[in-house]
Ligand binder design. Structure first.
Ligand code: FO1
Length: 313
């Protein structure tokens, strides 16, 4: 199984993937993680989505905030702020900074992002293989009427309140998928699109040259809706969807990915019970609707969603 995933939602879903696979006694999963959220800050490379998935699988995540390490402190961050270094709206926890320092050191020694992620994956038994989408730096920028800025400034400083005109990943057209990504997709029985932000999480992964075509050529592709009853489950994906002209509705997001039979990606779409009335609209797109309970309230609930996705022929 291959899962394309972003950060917080992707991490919750990945926990369900691991649990569902262990229930099935199935061999393995590869999670291809968005790196568009990455940034350089105070001299360190921060990879929020990689770290959200890593910390969640390791049981080290701050479940309250949804990002960072459980029980973290902010002593170094306070010093950085006293020096007027970094961004006052972007907190780097002390334990989290350990990860960023390790990562940055390895990158400086010449390791690729894939090799760094492999090293980060050795500390705790994760149960799934993590791959970055690419080894290239293709950080997401947001174009607004107030100027262009890094995604993290738009997201955490402005809380997505500045109307986005476009999302861009400079250099992505020249980027290559990380080693192993295309092979994993080609070898998978099923590719799952996690209920992550379709625009700034799944979008950049699919925009890495070769990935969309590989997914289109995969054995089976099932998407999971991150929209329930016309609202996003978490985060501010509705603002991102609006910016690219997609309504915040389960059938509209399914149409955004498109039916494989019509040049898109999806064979099936797992959608919420609350949206069962939209199932015929999804079927009319040529995508098989699978109606399920979609609230990832705990790991078992997330695993049930994965089971529902796997039940789609
Ligand atoms: N999100 C915030 O809302 N405020 C923060 O200060 C913040 C710091 C931060 C540090 C490391 C990290 O890996 C993630 C962090 N996030 C923070 C989360 C992140 O901005 C976004 O939620 C994701 O990039 C969107 O998936």
């Amino acid at each position: 199984m291959v899962v394309l995933a972003g950060g917080v939602g992707g991490a919750k879903f990945t926990l369900g993937v691991r649990a569902a696979l262990s229930r099935l006694g199935a061999p393995e999963a590869t999670v291809v993680v968005n790196t568009g959220d990455d940034l350089w800050l105070s001299g360190v490379r921060v990879q929020p989505d990689i770290d959200s998935v890593l910390y969640a699988l390791a049981g080290q995540n701050d479940t309250g905030r949804g990002w960072g390490r459980a029980g973290d402190t902010e002593r170094v961050n306070a010093e950085l702020q006293a020096w007027d270094a970094g961004w006052p709206w972007f907190t780097l926890g002390d334990l989290d900074l350990g990860t960023h320092l390790a990562r940055t050191g390895w990158l400086r020694e010449g390791l690729t992002v894939t090799q760094v992620v492999a090293r980060l994956s050795r500390r705790w038994p994760l149960g799934v293989r993590m791959l970055p989408m690419t080894d290239s730096e293709v950080d997401t920028h947001v174009v607004t009427a107030d100027g262009r800025m890094h995604f993290q400034e738009w997201w955490t400083r402005h809380r997505a309140k500045l109307t986005p005109l476009a999302f861009e990943n400079p250099g992505i057209a020249r980027a290559a998928p990380a080693p192993g990504v295309l092979e994993a997709i080609a070898g998978a029985d099923v590719v799952l699109l996690a209920p992550s932000n379709p625009v700034v999480s799944i979008g950049p992964i699919l925009a890495v040259p070769g990935v969309r075509d590989a997914v289109r050529a995969a054995t089976r592709v099932v998407g999971v809706a991150g929209v329930i009853s016309g609202a996003v489950v978490r985060g501010m994906a509705d603002v991102c969807l609006t910016a690219i002209g997609v309504q915040t509705r389960s059938d509209a997001v399914a149409a955004h990915y498109g039916a494989r039979s019509a040049g898109g990606l999806l064979d099936a779409w797992v959608m919420a019970e609350e949206d069962a009335d939209l199932a015929p609209a999804v079927a009319a797109l040529g995508i098989r609707p699978v109606v399920a309970a979609l609230w990832m309230t705990d790991v078992a609930a997330s695993a049930d969603i994965v089971d529902a996705a796997l039940s789609a022929d």
